[in-house]
Design a protein around this ligand. Structure first.
Ligand SMILES: [Ca+2]
Length: 570
């Protein structure tokens, strides 16, 4: 029997229960701040023997993150709340994992059960930015430093369904001790090095033993196969399988092999154009050139070569603190060639250092090449990727409805939800178009009168002012998130007009769907209605026309010139 238990924890949003948050808060674990607590974690790691005694604690990144003593009282209060909610989430999920293991014990099966416990697949995430955020959807729309006074409005509901919360990156750096940097930084051990616990009482006799062999997460499957005494299938349902690429670490189970050399000798790492190569204890790494919260702005145009390369000897330098590249230029050259070979072998090329531009870039889907979408009946649950995207474009949404005697209410069309999205609905009979600007502001167009009984056309038209997502191909963000003017009409007559100075540039709340005739999960405006908010008028037809901006030859010329200037400046 194989069980893979993978909770959402501790990915953002950090959602625990009040019981766990109260339990953690009562312990005041973080009151001394991230610098002091980090030093304590480091001392504990040495005391427990999980890091070598001579490990150096990587320095605090003063140019990127403030030291705790530099913070205001309000910042400290907010950040402690953020980390207590995160810690409650960790403790809560750890408790639930304990229940799963207990269930095997209750069955009398624990002795002959192999348990592999990995509490992350990367370092701690820093996508909350230096200040944390009550809403990660805001982060992915470029609002990566929400002022503390804005965040304090969410203090009491932090970690509940009213927030899509993440913590300050100061805590993330702390949790990655003794290493530096975070998830996304594939060239730093703070972005990749995780502890792992393996238990199998019937087979592993070295209870409490420590192992330091280099092991990668891709080694888990070969280890399970070896433990179970089976080999990977060559064919599944008539389809030839790709080879398993990891190396079993079952040899480390034997006490005699406690100090055996690692059998996994070479491994590449890459994410968003930051890369590294491990080989026999040596570690070639690109110098970090972008903090994980810096997702907008031009990307490194040549992530393979436009890098500062650093070299570490992890045999003697556990925490990647002493750069030996200048002393070993030949080794650097050889390892870069080895990275290129590994990257070719495992389909890593082409390297792409862009982040936000990749989020915005259209994926192959059913909407490709279409400009008009007609829906003839209510439906829910359409993934946003298969629905017309209304960002960075002009569009017209037209609903042909029949209002019964006594009037109607309910959702005509919605996409996204509480943390960012749009809605087109009848509220106490009046038509409303609403843009939820990542839960910080709600921009509303509302007709002054109820739509009378009978057949009507309700329409929302938006004229976008920017050049659109086409500028991203030139490493240029000027086309997205720009202004535009929305007009709400009933039977062709204008009832509300409003100009937006800015629009959402990247993404709606990603775990909500595109719904017609009702609203699933969260609503875009809790003040107006509660989902599912079914439409009580009859929907004859809903038409969405999208008029995406096209770059003119002059626009393209200008963008090419600015791209060339940027490249020359490097
Ligand atoms: Ca919804």
């Amino acid at each position: 029997m194989l069980l893979k238990y993978a909770p959402g924890a501790t990915h953002a949003p950090h959602h625990s229960t009040k019981e766990w948050v109260d339990r953690i808060s009562a312990r005041h674990l973080f009151d001394e701040g991230w610098n002091k607590v980090r030093e304590r974690i480091f001392e504990n790691q040495k005391r427990l023997g999980v890091i070598p005694k001579d490990t150096k604690l990587s320095p605090w990144p003063k140019d990127v993150l403030k030291e705790w003593d530099q913070l205001t009282a309000e910042e400290k209060k907010l950040f402690i709340r953020q980390v207590e909610v995160f810690a409650a989430y960790v403790a809560y999920s750890d408790h639930e994992i304990g229940r799963v293991i207990q269930a095997f014990d209750d069955l009398g099966k624990l002795d002959n059960t192999l348990i592999i416990y990995i509490n992350g697949d990367n370092g701690t995430s820093a996508e909350g930015g230096p200040l944390g955020t009550p809403n990660e959807v805001a982060f992915f729309n470029g609002l990566n430093e929400l002022p503390v006074n804005v965040q304090m409005k969410f203090y009491d509901v932090w970690g509940t369904d009213q927030t899509y919360n993440h913590m300050s990156a100061g805590w993330s750096w702390m949790f990655d001790a003794p290493f530096s940097w975070f998830k996304q930084n594939a060239s730093r051990l703070g972005g990749t090095n995780q502890n792992m616990v393996v238990s199998w009482p019937a087979r592993i006799k070295d209870k409490g033993g420590l192992r330091e062999q280099f092991v990668h997460v891709i080694d888990v499957v070969p280890t399970i196969l070896e433990a179970a005494g089976i080999s990977a299938p060559e064919m599944v349902d008539g389809i030839k399988q790709a080879p398993i690429e990891g190396t079993s670490f079952a040899y480390t189970f034997d006490t005699a092999n406690a100090k055996a050399p690692s059998r996994h000798t070479t491994q590449y790492f890459e994410m968003f154009g930051q890369w590294a190569l491990y080989h026999d204890g040596w570690f070639l790494s690109t110098k970090v050139n972008r903090a994980p919260w810096e997702v907008y702005g031009p990307a490194n145009p040549d992530p393979l070569n436009n890098q500062v390369l650093e070299l570490y000897d992890l045999n003697t330098d556990f925490s990647q603190t002493t750069d030996l590249a200048a002393k070993n230029p030949q080794k650097v050259k050889e390892m870069k060639e080895m990275f290129v070979a590994e990257a070719k072998k495992y389909q890593v090329f082409p390297l792409d250092a862009s982040v936000a531009a990749r989020i915005v870039a259209p994926r192959p889907n059913i909407t490709a090449g279409r400009t008009e979408f007609v829906y003839t009946r209510p439906m829910t649950g359409l993934p946003q990727g298969d629905s017309p995207l209304l960002l960075n474009t002009s569009y017209t949404v037209t609903a042909d409805i029949e209002v019964p005697q006594g009037g109607a209410e309910g959702m005509i069309l919605t996409s996204g939800g509480r943390f960012g999205g749009c809605g087109f609905y009848l509220l106490k009979g009046k038509p409303v178009w609403l843009w939820n600007m990542v839960d910080l502001e709600r921009l509303k167009w509302e007709g002054p009168d109820e739509v009378a009984p009978g057949r009507h056309t309700v329409e929302f038209d938006f004229k976008y002012d920017g050049l659109g997502a086409g500028t991203l191909a030139f490493n240029n963000f000027s086309g997205v998130g720009r202004s535009g003017t929305g007009t709400l009409k009933i039977d062709g007559k204008v009832v509300a007009t409003r100009k937006l100075e800015k629009t959402l540039p990247a993404i709606l709340q990603w775990d909500e769907s595109f719904d017609i005739g009702s609203d699933t999960l969260t609503g875009v405006n809790d003040a107006d209605y509660k989902p599912p908010f079914p439409l009580t008028a009859k929907l004859n037809k809903l038409t969405i026309k999208v008029d995406r901006p096209q770059l003119s030859p002059e626009d393209i010329k200008k963008l090419e010139e600015s791209l060339k200037r940027a490249a020359d400046a490097k």
